[in-house]
Design a protein around this ligand. Structure first.
Ligand code: COA
Length: 329
């Protein structure tokens, strides 16, 4: 392609585990109720990866679908970026495990961790590598097995999270990613933590006895941050392209809590029918949330060529980001 080109989403795919964990199940595990969970979060059920299945298998399934949707084969992929906070191994990376599973032998591969904002961060990295001419086709696979780092005796967190994988293939097109903004607030990172190779006395204090590598979260701090940043990041990315919320067909937000999405929609003054949601059936699947939604919307034919969409996320770190994309499939 000699004309100026953009990095565009040319294929999408997703995979959710079969096993469902409903609010009713959770009622038998912690002191909670179906009514409380629905009212305060909007979540009814989440998917759980079976203990004997590596995350890379689920990630590979989503990846194969995205590559087929793009009309490519795994051998066409130049780079795999996996976004995850729950890789099967720290080494080899999830990206390398997926490369092996799908036999994408020509691809370089690495993992990125920007927690729930991981997918938006990966879009920015991939866009740079495509528009610079470094690579033609990049697979982003966002995959999470949050059930493996959830304390199922902590009602503050265990009702929120689930497992799943979403993938996109980026290639070149006349229209595509118009703008991405990213941000981080490391100074507030302690409001949402999952220890890995180091475990401090403060980390121990916050968790139930005997629990180490599990999520701890100050829910209300995260809630306040999220409601504000979702709106600010969306406006900023639109402003970069001289657009307003009236120009967009859909917002694909990180699926954390329906009340956060409602707050953000209200601040943005957009009706909820422009805000894509699936958290009722998936819970929060961290960086996989947005690409799973995108794949669902694409397969339901909700998106038309030329539609402008905003993807916006926030998460541990703290991190946040938004991307404006013109749909070109
Ligand atoms: N079932 C029943 N009661 C629960 C509960 C549950 N699963 N989880 C918490 N509660 C209780 C709390 O213990 C608290 O009780 P108390 O008043 O006796 O102390 C009460 O409900 C209210 O707690 P509060 O924190 O004010 O609830 P909330 O309406 O803010 O909802 C969250 C809590 C966690 C659902 C909400 O804060 C949230 O979604 N935060 C953002 C989380 C997020 O997005 N994380 C991911 C970031 S990527």
């Amino acid at each position: 392609m000699t004309k100026p080109y953009k990095a565009a989403v040319i294929g999408t795919g997703s995979a959710l585990p079969e096993k469902r964990l409903t609010n009713k199940h959770l009622e038998s595990m912690v002191e909670t109720s179906d009514e409380w969970i629905i009212k305060r979060t909007g979540i009814k059920e989440r998917r759980i990866l079976e203990d004997d299945v590596p995350l890379s298998v689920l990630a590979a399934e989503a990846s194969r679908k995205a590559i087929a949707d793009a009309g490519l084969t795994p051998m066409d992929i130049d780079l795999i970026i996996a976004t995850t906070i729950t890789p099967d191994y720290l080494s080899p990376s999830l990206a390398c495990c997926v490369q092996k599973e799908i036999e994408a032998k020509n691809a370089a591969a690495f993992d990125m961790n920007a927690a729930c904002t991981g997918f938006v961060y990966a879009l920015q990295v991939a866009q740079g590598l495509i528009t610079s001419g470094t690579y033609n086709y990049i697979l982003i696979i966002a995959a999470e097995a949050l059930s493996r780092v959830t304390d199922f005796t902590d009602r503050n967190t265990c009702v929120l999270f689930g497992d799943g994988a979403g993938a996109v293939v980026l290639g070149k097109a006349e229209e595509g990613i118009a703008s991405v903004i990213l941000g981080a607030m490391g100074e507030s990172g302690s409001v949402l933590t999952i220890p890995c190779c180091y475990f401090s006395p403060e980390d121990a204090e916050k968790r139930n006895e005997g629990k180490k590598q599990v999520i701890w979260m100050d829910g209300s701090e995260v809630f306040t941050f999220a409601s504000k940043i979702m709106c600010e990041a969306s406006l900023k990315v639109l402003e970069n392209s001289g657009l307003t919320v009236n120009d967009i067909s859909y917002i694909f937000p990180h699926q954390a809590n329906i009340r956060i999405l409602q707050n953000a929609a209200k601040r943005l003054d957009v009706p909820m029918d422009k805000v894509y949601t699936n958290l009722e059936n998936t819970g929060n699947i961290s960086s996989a949330s947005i690409p799973v939604c995108l794949d669902e919307a694409s397969r339901k034919n909700l998106l038309k060529k030329g539609d402008k969409i905003v993807m916006v996320a926030f998460g541990g770190g703290l991190t946040y980001g938004a991307a404006l994309l013109t749909w070109s499939k």
